[in-house]
Each structure stands twice: as C-alpha cells, then as structure tokens.
Design a binder for this molecule. Structure first.
Ligand SMILES: [Zn+2]
Ligand SMILES: [Zn+2]
Ligand SMILES: [Zn+2]
Length: 306
C-alpha cells in the first residue's frame, strides 16, 4: 500500500512548489518537487510521471498547475498504483480551499480503491466472477484485444444537458430531429467506409522504405524493480521480459512505456515515421483518401420552422 500522498503546484515566479503531504510526517524538499514535476516531461505534457527520489518511487498525476504524487512502499506494484491513481483523480477536487482535508480524503480513497481492485474483494465483484467462470468453463478461450479506432462523432455542447455517452447523445439528437425540434446541416467530414458505411478503423504500420508489415517495435520502458530505463523488443504472446539493468524478469503489464520506435525486420530501417494504413474494422477494406474525406458530419440547429 502506498506510503504517502503529496500535492505540488506550479508557481509562475518560483516554479514547482511543495504543497501539502499526507501523512504530514513524510515531506518533500523543493528539489524533489522539481524532480517529480520533471517526471512529466519538459512541457509537462505527459499525464503520468515516474520519479525516483531519496525516500522511494513516486508516481504522479499532472493537471496543470497541480500535480498529485503518490509515494510507494517497497514491494508496491507500481502499475496497480498507477491504475488506481487514475481511478482516484475524479474523486479529487483540484480547486479545493482546504488541501489538508482533500489530501487526507484522497489518501483514504486511494487505499479503498486499491482494496476493491485486488485480492478477495476483486474476486467477489459479480462481473469478475462471471468472467472468471466463462474462462474456466472455456466459454471464452482468451480475452484478445481488438485494436479499433472508432471515428466517433461527439457533440460536447450537448453533454451538460444530455450526458456524455456519445452514442446516446447522437441518438437523442436524431430523435429530436425526427420530432422536428432540431434540423441537421452538413458540417465537416467524418471517416466512413464507402463499402459498408462503418466508421470503425484498424491501423496497420508499414515500413516507409520497403512497405513490409513485418515491423518490430523497440520500446523504451521503465523497470519497476530497479527504476532504470531499458530498450526491449516486445513481440506477441510474451508474459515477461528481462530488465537489461537488473536482469530480473518483469511482467509485461508492469512495464511503463516511455517511447516506441518502429524497426523493419526486412530491411532494418528504423523510423519514427512509418507508413500508416487504415482498414475498415467491419469489412476489412483498405480505406483510401476518399473514404477518409467523403463522410459528411452533421451539426444540429434549432428548427425555427417547427
Ligand atoms: Zn530492472
Ligand atoms: Zn523495410
Ligand atoms: Zn467497410
């Protein structure tokens, strides 16, 4: 279980400032606050940061100008802490007037979240029970990913009134058009397969030099055991990789990926700019420019004629 939680914030004149900590006995120096801020990149553009300081490993979440840091205990599973930090974020009031109380509450919620999503409690979750049963009874053989990018149409202006389920918002807008409360007019483009009308895509990477799809990805990853970075080629069906620094096996789901560079197996070209092919996830057709440009988006207006 994590040892402590910190708040740090950016001051335009002074840079990263140490805020509060909970428990109050574990504190940061201002150098450590800077280190944690830097864990998010020079422009603070990565949401999750990892940094190793004198008192241990800190995983942090950045919502400029605020940063929330979690200090891990020896033996904590860093990727589980990262997942629960992301689960914690919606429970935190980043504009709170009393950060003491807010941090104390956040620390307790984090512990609850970690309890609920591990061990006995996780296995008692009815959905989890069902899924495990399906796997044991071989109703499902394995849970494979489908890497699909959905070119979803979103209407953020309607979220405040209709909620933020994008599919449901689109349905309600169409309902309202049927009732002649709204009328739709063309607006921009959306991706649409001309063969089947689907807006779901899969992406394939090809070597920019020889067009081969036999591409390895060279990952720069963070080792949770020794906190060093190392390079690894990660193929399908691997459960573990060996850290090049500490030589220990690390489960692939515990690796935090810092960077990826594609490397062609055929001609050996390493390029950060591979050729990208879009395929329709429904019918498999390779999408060309016209598919990517032809679909018409719709904007909705109040129907004055109604
Ligand atoms: Zn290592
Ligand atoms: Zn190649
Ligand atoms: Zn299609």
């Amino acid at each position: 279980m994590p040892k402590a939680i910190f708040s740090i914030w950016w001051d335009d004149r002074l840079g990263p400032m140490v805020g509060r900590s909970y428990p109050e006995t574990t504190t940061l120096t201002s150098e450590e606050a800077v280190t944690i801020f830097m864990g998010h990149g020079v422009n603070q553009d990565s949401e999750i940061g990892y940094s190793k300081i004198r008192i241990g490993l800190v995983i942090s979440f950045m919502r400029p100008p605020n940063c929330l840091g979690i200090l891990l205990n020896e033996g904590d599973n860093s990727s589980a802490v990262e997942r629960n930090l992301l689960r914690l974020v919606p429970h935190v009031d980043f504009n709170s007037d009393s950060w003491d109380k807010e941090l104390e509450k956040a620390f307790l919620v984090l512990h609850d979240l970690m309890d609920e999503t591990s061990g006995e409690e996780l296995l008692l979750n009815p959905g989890v029970k069902q899924l495990v049963g399906d796997l044991i009874e071989k109703r499902i053989e394995s849970i494979k990913p489908k890497h699909v990018m959905k070119a979803t149409v979103r209407y953020p202006e309607a979220y405040a009134s209709l909620g933020n389920d994008d599919d449901e918002v689109s349905r309600l807008l169409k309902d309202l058009e049927d009732e002649e409360v709204l009328e739709s007019r063309t607006y921009g483009r959306r991706v649409e397969c001309r063969q089947c009308g689907s807006s779901e895509l899969t992406i394939e990477l090809l070597c920019p030099n020889c067009q081969s799809d036999d591409i390895h990805k060279v990952y720069t990853v963070f080792c949770p055991k020794c906190s060093n970075q190392f390079h690894a080629i990660i193929a399908d069906d691997l459960a573990e990789v060996t850290c090049l620094s500490c030589k220990q096996p690390v489960k692939v789901n515990e690796l935090a990926v810092i960077d990826v560079e594609p490397l062609c197996n055929k001609c050996g070209t390493a390029s950060n700019d591979p050729k990208i092919i879009f395929n329709c996830a429904t019918c498999g057709k390779q999408l060309k420019g016209a598919d990517l440009l032809s679909g018409t988006g719709l904007a909705y207006y109040f129907n004055n004629g109604s």
